[in-house]
Every structure is written in structure tokens, then in C-alpha cells.
Design a protein around this ligand. Structure first.
Ligand code: FES
Length: 142
């Protein structure tokens, strides 16, 4: 049901843990299943230099969190805010349609961490755009 990339990230998740002196922290829960993702970011000169996560959730939630941290690192906060749950799922080679909702956790927690960073710095916080808007099922893996 899952792609090899999903299984690989689930079995060897990248960037698991906390950043004690994080510049931004975001936590999102999925009301449907009770799963939770917490994301920590370090930001230097507007660029995300480190990202870590703790996810209490299903295989898809852990794999999407893992690849999301890799996608976020090295991006500016503006670029990282444009990472949607669909980008995350596509980077994993797709998710089964029934598990697409699981990818919302990673993207939304990343965005929440960035907004936390912006609030702490007194920067304008862009309006929240839920990543779970409209998504197409044309990229799901086999
Ligand atoms: Fe809860 Fe996947 S079942 S995030």
C-alpha cells in the first residue's frame, strides 16, 4: 500500500527529536485520528538551517514528517510556507488516497512553527492557509 520511499522514511526517519533552542515550534493534531506532530526549526537570516520533529502517529504521518524536515532545510521561510501537504506526498512517491489526510500534519506543523518564529521576531505573520485545501489524486503511487 505504501511506496518504497514511504517505507524507507518510516523505518529510518530523518531529523527526529527536539531543538532545545528552537526559533519556532509548531504543534498540530489531527482531530480525526488523534495523531500529533510537533516541529522545531532554527532560522538564520530568514533561512531554515535546521528542522526536527516528533510525531505520534501512523506510518504516513512519520514518513511525511521526515521528508518534510528535509524539504524545509535550506529553504527561506517564505519558500517553506509554500510547501503543501501535496508536495510532501509527491516527494514520497505518493500516498494512498485514504492516507492523504495524514500528510496535512507535517505541512501544517511546519507552517505553525514558521508562524511561531515570525511572531517571536515581531514579523508580520501571513494569514493561515490550510494546506488541506484542494488536492488531486493524480500522483498517488502504486
Ligand atoms: Fe492519523 Fe495518519 S492516521 S495521521
Amino acid at each position: 500500500m505504501y511506496t518504497d520511499i514511504v517505507m524507507e522514511h518510516f523505518q529510518n526517519p530523518r531529523n527526529v527529536g527536539e531543538i532545545p533552542d528552537a526559533d519556532g515550534v509548531g504543534q498540530i493534531g489531527n482531530p480525526a485520528c488523534g495523531d500529533i506532530t510537533k516541529v522545531f526549526i532554527k532560522v538564520e537570516d530568514g533561512v531554515i538551517t535546521d528542522a526536527k520533529f516528533k510525531t505520534f502517529g501512523c506510518a504516513a504521518a512519520i514518513a511525511t514528517s521526515s521528508i518534510m524536515t528535509e524539504m524545509a532545510k535550506g529553504k527561506t521561510v517564505e519558500e517553506a510556507l509554500r510547501i503543501t501537504h501535496r508536495h510532501v506526498a509527491e516527494a514520497l512517491g505518493g500516498l494512498p488516497p485514504k492516507k492523504m489526510h495524514c500528510s496535512n500534519l507535517a505541512a501544517d506543523a511546519l507552517h505553525a512553527a514558521i508562524r511561531d518564529y515570525q511572531r517571536r521576531r515581531g514579523l508580520p505573520v501571513p494569514e493561515e492557509r490550510p494546506s488541506s485545501g484542494h488536492h488531486h489524486e493524480d500522483h498517488h503511487g502504486e
